[in-house]
Design a protein around this ligand. Structure first.
Ligand code: ZN
Length: 206
C-alpha cells in the first residue's frame, strides 16, 4: 500500500489542481486503478496511473493542437490570460474553425484565434481578424457554436444541452451525469440558451 499516492500528492506530481483531477475521474473514462471511493478525498492512485493521467491532461490542455496550429493560434500570456477553456470533445470543431482561419491566412489576410470558452454549453471563440474577412469568420464561428450544442464536450459523441439545477452543459447520454440531477423545468426544453433568451426578449411587450 505504501506506493499508493493520495489525490493531493498526485496533483503535485502532475502539476494539475485537485479539482481538475476529480473532474477527469468524474467523467469516468480515465480513472485510477484502485477502486474509486464515494468520497473523492479518499481517492488513491497506483504508480502506473500517473502516466495515464499525464496523457489525459495533455489532451485536455490541447497540447498537440497548440503545436499543430501554431500559425493561427498563439496562446495568451500574462495576468488574466485566457486559454482554450472547454472540454476535449470539441477538438474537431476547434480544428475545423482553425482550418478556416488558415485558409484566410494563406490567402493573405492575417487572423488569429486568441482564446475560447464554454458558456451555457456552447463554444465561444475569440479571435482577431481584418475587417474584410470579419463577416466570413463570424459565420464560421456561428457554425462552431451550433456544432458545439450537438457535440459532447467530454467525448465528441452526439449530444444535447443538459440542464441541471445549477449548471448546463452539452453532454451525451454517457456523460450527462456531470450536470447532476436534471431540472425538469428546463432540461430538454431549452436547447440553446442564447436563442431562448432572444425569444424571451422578443416576446416582451414594448
Ligand atoms: Zn460524452
Amino acid at each position: 500500500m505504501a506506493d499508493l499516492m493520495t489525490l493531493p500528492e498526485a496533483a503535485v506530481v502532475l502539476g494539475a489542481d485537485v479539482v481538475t483531477l476529480v473532474h477527469i475521474i468524474d467523467v469516468g473514462d480515465t480513472v485510477p486503478t484502485p477502486p474509486v471511493p464515494t468520497d473523492f478525498e479518499d481517492i488513491v492512485f497506483a504508480p502506473d496511473d500517473i502516466e495515464r493521467f499525464r496523457v489525459e491532461l495533455r489532451r485536455r490542455r490541447f497540447e498537440d493542437f497548440k503545436i499543430e496550429y501554431s500559425d493561427v493560434y498563439t496562446e495568451d500570456t500574462g495576468p488574466g490570460a485566457r486559454h482554450l477553456e472547454f472540454g476535449p470533445g470539441w477538438r474537431d470543431i476547434l480544428c475545423e474553425f482553425c482550418d478556416g482561419l488558415r485558409e484566410f491566412q494563406n490567402a493573405g489576410s492575417r487572423t488569429r484565434l486568441r482564446w475560447g470558452k464554454e458558456k451555457f454549453g456552447a463554444m465561444r471563440l475569440f479571435y482577431d481578424c481584418s475587417d474584410e474577412i470579419a463577416t466570413y469568420i463570424a459565420e464560421r464561428k456561428g457554425i462552431a457554436y451550433g456544432k458545439s450544442l450537438r457535440t459532447c464536450q467530454e467525448c465528441g459523441e452526439l449530444a444535447r444541452l443538459r440542464f441541471g439545477h445549477s449548471i448546463c452543459l452539452t453532454l451525451c447520454d454517457r456523460h450527462k451525469h456531470l450536470v447532476g440531477e436534471l431540472d425538469p423545468e428546463r432540461d430538454g426544453i431549452i436547447l440553446d440558451v442564447d436563442a431562448w433568451s432572444r425569444q424571451q426578449r422578443e416576446g416582451e411587450p414594448g
